[in-house]
Write a protein that binds this ligand. Structure first.
Ligand code: PGA
Length: 264
């Protein structure tokens, strides 16, 4: 499932789509971790990459991170939102609340939400629409399980998730798709570059067929065990417009090593 080292690759920056490198801290990060975000903020301000850079901290850190990010290049996202703007939904956070706290985007439909909370494509579509309603970019996650890949169902599963979870009002500015094979998340495994190219190509085709020019310009991120060591070759695959990074976004040095794929 891994690919032999390829010669130095050229990332797809400057092809008309501004890439995005987003770090998802998941349920990690106390205030003591803020120094990592400060280090990322300072490094990208000193040497601006040819990509947008975002951190998606746990909800508890959003406001303080917004203060830290103020006036710089670091963007902030949430990890999930409820589909309603407010109401009796104990423990949930709305897109409006994230926006109010300083976020400009929110991840919806991460496979951990699908697994841990039983979210289906219809739920995720409603959350993506909530993000749009609140003026947030929706980062919509799709991806097959190991079993689905083994059964040859990858493209079918991803097409079904895209059709179900991406709302009709999606535009290139309001929506990002993240392809994250479930079996590659947190495992150190990645698909071959040819497999990444195949799935991203299929996603691009589906988005273009449904949304026309907007679909042609919508960013498609790859996620799943992106590390400094493999970022450059993954980001060079056609139709890979950046990365959604979990574990390697927790340490500034690792995250900056990935962002370096888009270094000047
Ligand atoms: P990982 O997670 O980088 O730790 O594999 C990716 C993700 O879940 O977004």
């Amino acid at each position: 499932m891994t690919e032999a080292k390829k010669p130095a690759a050229t990332v797809n920056a400057g092809a008309g789509i501004r890439p995005l490198v987003a770090g998802n801290w998941k349920m990690n990060g106390l205030q003591a971790a803020l120094g990592e975000a400060i280090a990322v903020r300072d490094a990208i301000l000193a040497s601006p990459p040819k990509a947008d850079v975002m951190l998606c901290p746990p909800a508890t850190l959003t406001m303080v991170l917004a203060e830290i990010a103020k006036g710089g290049l670091l963007q902030l996202g949430g990890q999930d939102c409820h589909s309603n703007a407010s109401g009796a939904h104990t423990g949930d956070v709305s897109a409006e609340m994230l926006r109010d706290a300083g976020a400009t985007a929110v991840i919806v439909g991460h496979s951990e939400r699908r697994t841990d909370h039983g979210e289906c494509d219809r739920d995720i579509r409603a959350k993506a629409s909530a993000a749009h309603r609140a003026g947030l970019v929706a980062i919509v996650c799709v991806g097959e399980t190991a079993g689905e890949r083994a059964a040859g169902l990858t493209l079918q599963v991803v097409a079904r998730q895209l059709a179900g979870a991406v709302p009709d009002e999606a535009t290139a500015a309001s929506t990002v798709v993240a392809y994250e094979p479930v079996w590659a998340i947190g495992t150190g495994l990645t698909p071959t570059l040819a497999d990444v190219a195949e799935v991203h190509g299929a996603i691009r085709k589906a988005l273009a067929a449904r949304f026309g020019g907007e679909g042609e310009r919508m960013r498609i991120l790859y996620g799943g065990s992106v590390k400094p060591q493999n970022a450059r070759e993954l980001m060079a695959v056609p139709n890979v417009d950046g990365a959604l990074v979990g574990g390697a976004s927790l340490k500034a040095s690792d995250f900056l090593g990935i962002i370096a794929a888009y270094g000047g």
